[in-house]
Design a protein around this ligand. Structure first.
Ligand code: NIG
Ligand code: FE
Length: 392
């Protein structure tokens, strides 16, 4: 197996607290990395680096773990920029626009859906993302949900069945939930790792707590692991349901009660124990003109937080984890270090993936290189294309 020695790394973020400066980011200055095949074989100060078959000099750039974008909806067709325009002048988001994307997605050929998903994946990689999750949820028939997941599997192993995104226009709620938990689940379970539901009693289109529990329980019985869209528009039952079912993550968390924060703190993952991560999606608050959740208060309460884009044509059409990091720092009170950790190690916990989100020995060699001397520039220089995934 061929090895590569990377040198000239001004600052290496490992996310391994036993390395480097002892902080959670495990920062090593003037560092080197040896990659063997697809795995990190050695990290440390450059002056101690072993030799390797090939050398690559990064000329004073910082290196961080590739971003883990644990929440996206990349399989879709159509455009909702007019809906965005209306929101910017006061129209609230309630999920009703999802129907527009469902109609466009159903009408699109496979090749178009795959080409668009691949283009978004390339956009993400060009901005430093190396692991991504992709959901179905714009098909809402047995055939269209299964097709969406087949396309998602072309670009990632982290696929999520979201047949319970909304009740399709004109459908009976009960009958639709029977379809989702019956024939649709049977067709989709072999194509997915996760099951998700848009749990939001404040939206007439989404599902209440009881309905969401039925969907997730059925998915779990079919071998899928649960995750939840919860507490986006109101302090509804999503967080409590996610914690109760041992979901890997509850995503959005825009509106939280004190009891929700307590529940998340008690259920957060810890060394040697899986748990429920609070995944924050500040691009959604940006793009729906909504209040940002208080990430500072969550971290101070002991909640493990992840950051993700939620890239989708409705509530947030960005593919940029650096943009999300900048928002988390500027608008939600995280330090640059906490935001970077949440976008890497936090995302890995939200996907229960011990092999990514850090650069310790044995991790996947998913590196993001920054056109900057330190990770702090990710938030310090918002909107500047600093990060890229390293192709070795
Ligand atoms: O995560 N909130 C529910 N679903 C997506 C948005 C889908 C859409 O508007 O197209 C979300 O925000
Ligand atoms: Fe989403």
């Amino acid at each position: 197996m061929s090895s590569v020695l990377l040198t000239g790394i001004s600052e290496l973020v490992t996310n391994d607290a036993s390395l480097g400066d002892g902080s959670p980011l495990g920062v090593i200055e003037q560092a080197a990395v040896v990659v063997e095949g697809a795995t990190v074989a050695w990290v440390g100060p450059q002056r101690q680096a072993p030799d390797a078959d090939q050398h690559l000099d990064l000329a004073g750039r910082a290196v961080v773990p590739g971003f883990v974008d644990s929440h996206s909806h990349l399989v879709f067709a159509g455009d909702r920029s007019r809906e965005f325009e209306a929101r910017m002048t006061g129209t609230p988001y309630d999920g009703g626009g999802i129907a527009t994307t469902v109609a466009a997605t159903r009408a699109a050929p496979d090749e178009l859906l795959l080409a668009r998903a691949r283009a978004l994946q390339a956009e993400m990689r060009a901005q430093g993302t190396t692991t991504l999750e992709v959901k179905s949820g714009y098909g809402l028939t047995v055939a269209d949900e299964a097709r969406s997941l087949r396309i998602a599997r072309e670009i990632t192993d982290e696929t999520t069945f979201l047949g319970a995104h909304v009740v399709p226009a004109g459908a009976d709620r009960r009958a639709y939930i029977d379809l989702v938990t019956g024939p649709m689940l049977a067709a989709c379970a072999p194509l997915a790792r996760w099951v998700d539901v848009f749990c939001e009693p404040a939206s007439p289109h989404a599902f209440d707590g009881d309905e969401a529990r039925v969907v997730l329980t059925a998915g779990m019985a079919a071998g899928l692991l649960p995750r939840v869209h919860g507490n986006q528009l109101s302090a509804g039952p999503g967080v409590r349901l996610a914690v109760d079912l041992g979901a890997a993550s509850v995503d959005h968390c825009t509106h939280l009660s004190a009891a929700d924060v307590d529940a998340l703190a008690g259920a957060s993952p810890a060394p040697g124990r899986d748990g429920t991560v609070a995944t924050l999606l500040p691009g959604v608050e940006f793009s729906t003109r909504s209040p940002y959740p208080d990430a500072r208060a969550l971290v101070d309460a002991g909640v493990v937080v992840a950051l993700a884009t939620d890239c989708n044509p409705g509530s947030c059409y960005t593919s940029s984890m650096p943009f999300v990091i900048a928002l988390a720092v500027r608008e939600m009170g995280l330090s640059p270090a906490e935001a970077l950790w949440a976008a890497t190690a936090g995302g890995a916990l939200a996907l229960r993936r011990p092999d990514v989100g850090h650069l310790g020995v044995g991790a996947r060699a998913d590196l993001a290189v920054l056109e900057a001397p330190t990770y702090r520039h990710l938030a310090y220089r918002p909107g500047v294309p600093l990060a890229r995934a390293l192709d070795l």
